[in-house]
Each structure stands twice: as structure tokens, then as C-alpha cells.
Ligand binder design. Sequence first.
Ligand SMILES: [Zn+2]
Length: 117
Amino acid sequence: MSDEHSYSHSYVYTMAYIERQKQLDPDGWRERRRLATQRWREKNREKQAAHNAISRALASGKIERPEHCERCGEECRPEAHHEDYEKRLEVVWLCRHCHARTTDWAPRSERMRKEAA
Ligand SMILES: [Zn+2]
């Protein structure tokens, strides 16, 4: 259970760090928060545009949805997963299970855990 330990440790550490930054540099903190929100919005726009591109490409027959997951091979109606939202028509077709394990936050939180360990 060392993972759980390092996770809670990194969480506590992060919260303490945030509190310290707020006190030391309130303006800088607000600015960084603003930029982070802006980046999130831009990323979401890209994501939406990429999904729309896939819908259109499927509707027009430009691309075809396979009948199985490209990762585990399970027969299903897979979902389009973008590795890079700028490459709108480059997707990996994943079942719900595999897709859920490939969300944006997963690799980052994994990295945070490793760095905190
Ligand atoms: Zn799968």
C-alpha cells in the first residue's frame, strides 16, 4: 500500500504548498489560476472540435468505427480516443473500460505519485 501512502503524502504536501503560495504571492497566485483556467478552456474547445470532427467523418463515411476495442480486442461499439486533439481524425478506438483508463488526468496523477514517492 505504498502507493496510497505516497498519494496522501503528496496531496497534503500540495495543499500546504498552495496555501503558502497564496500567502506569499496572492497576485501571482491569482494570475496563475487565471492562466490555468484559460488553458483548460482552450483544451476543452480543442477536445470538442476533435469530437465534432470524428462525428462528421463517421457520418460521411470518411472513417469507420471498428466493432472491437483496439486495445483489449473486446467486441463492442468502441469510443474514439484522441492521443492528440490537434490530430482530429487520428483516434484509437477503445471500449468503455479501456477508455476510462486513458483519461487526461490519469497519466499526470501517476507522474505526481512517482515524483512524490
Ligand atoms: Zn478495451
